[in-house]
Design a protein around this ligand. Structure first.
Ligand SMILES: Cc1ncc(COP(=O)(O)O)c(C=O)c1O
Length: 408
């Protein structure tokens, strides 16, 4: 079924403010049903989870529904869905919990392609236990991370490999199933950062081979929180610090304190919205299959238009346009223009395309972009051709000005 971007856009009140949003990789805009679900949960009687009162049952229902929705989105098991404040928090917590079983001589592998949220928690946990950290380096020319680069770092003492499913800076997508095969053959666990990939592709954690898969609903039209998916049996074997009266059941044992019920209601609404991006029949998972395929095609076409347009502008440099697979995210700079100034120039023209390293700090440094990075343009479900054309017009104007500097 064809993707009707005009119909999709009509659901986003924020677009009424008029900006062209290329800031989706930082956080997407939210459709009306998500905002209503959050508000609805706050308006209704809700208390702690339980079975005695309607308010308790409502809280319980919200949690159960959100676990099911995330399981449908990720091809995961509802009993293995953990909610937290953010992917960063969940990853720090899981790193500390897993590291309880690690000791000197053990090793973990991180990559220079990753967002710092999938590097630093492992580095800190490793430091605390005397564990060695190994770094898999991506190719700064292509932006790709080779499976063999990771495989060469694996050994008998490797406990865990942390790798991104897609770079939030470059969009490049490492071959996770192939990496998983090598990691598992070495007897290690694979922790996959799915924050940047989940908004753009239908995920099947089993097919990916991820032991842990982390993502953030606020990147796929939902509210601000984090989600970690894992096999419930694996979660049973991990023992985080927790309060004495708090349940030891899985997945609740990982969810410190009271869950944000209103945000969970919004998360379910976001998954339902994604499932309904194009009309379809069947289970929610089946509808997600159809709608995510249509979304991927929509975003692919717009990325092609964006990349081709940028390539025609003299003075634009692209970074790491991976050929293997890429999300609709482009990183570029304009000759003689500081990226922060390009960002401001575009923002003044109603085009939101921020500049930075976006916390993929090691990646930015490896690309030779230091800590300031470059301009990132990400395509989202609500992006249309006119947005792309506005961005291209802005970059053209900027590049033209930079090529003809005003006399001093
Ligand atoms: C690839 C990637 N990983 C991790 C994160 C951190 O996510 P959170 O804000 O939920 O901690 C981000 C946020 O930008 C990201 O893009």
């Amino acid at each position: 079924m064809a993707y009707d971007v005009t119909a999709v856009r009509a659901h986003f009140p924020a677009l009424g403010e008029g900006a062209a949003h290329f800031d989706g990789p930082g956080g997407s805009q939210v459709p009306q049903p998500v905002a209503e679900a959050v508000a609805g949960a706050l308006r209704a009687a809700v208390s702690n989870r339980g079975a005695e009162t309607a308010a308790e049952r409502r809280a319980d229902g919200i949690v159960t529904e959100a676990r099911q929705a995330m399981a449908d989105l990720l091809g995961a098991t509802p009993g293995g869905i953990v909610f937290g404040r953010s992917m960063t928090q969940l990853t720090y917590d899981m790193a500390r919990a897993l590291a309880k079983e690690w000791g000197p001589g053990d090793e973990v592998v991180v990559t220079t392609l990753d967002h710092d949220a999938n590097i630093r928690p492992w580095v800190h946990a490793a430091e605390a236990r005397g564990v060695t950290v190994r770094r898999a380096d991506f190719d700064p020319e292509s932006g790709e991370l080779d499976v063999d680069t990771i495989a060469h770092l694996l050994g008998g003492r490797t406990r865990l490999v942390a790798v991104t499913a897609a770079s939030n800076l470059l969009g490049s997508r490492p071959d996770i199933p192939a990496i998983a095969e090598r990691v598992h053959a070495a007897g290690a666990l694979l922790y996959v950062d799915g924050v940047h990939l989940t908004p753009h592709s239908l995920i099947d954690v089993g097919r990916l081979g991820a032991d842990f898969y982390a993502c953030s609903p606020y990147k796929f039209l939902g509210p601000h929180l984090g989600v970690l998916a894992a096999d419930p049996g694996l979660l049973e074997s991990v023992h985080p610090d927790k309060l004495l009266p708090a349940t030891d059941a899985v997945p609740e044992r990982f969810e410190l304190g009271t869950l944000p019920y209103e945000l969970l209601a919004g998360t379910t609404a976001a998954v339902d919205f994604l499932a309904g991006l194009v009309p379809g029949e069947g289970t929610r998972r089946e509808r997600l299959e159809g709608s995510m395929a249509a979304l991927e095609e929509h975003e692919r076409v717009l990325l092609g238009r964006l990349d081709a347009g940028l390539a025609e502008i003299a003075g634009v440099t692209f970074y790491g346009a991976a050929s293997r697979a890429r999300t609709p995210t482009t990183l570029f700079s304009v000759d003689h223009v500081r990226s922060a100034d390009a960002y401001r120039f575009l923002a003044e023209r109603g085009v939101n395309a921020p500049a930075g390293s976006f916390y993929a700090l090691e990646c930015s440094r490896r690309l030779g972009l230091g800590d300031t990075g470059a301009v990132r343009a990400g395509i989202a479900p609500y992006t249309d051709e006119s947005d792309v054309d506005r961005l291209l017009k802005g970059v053209q104007e900027l590049a033209g000005k930079a090529a003809r500097p005003e006399p001093a």
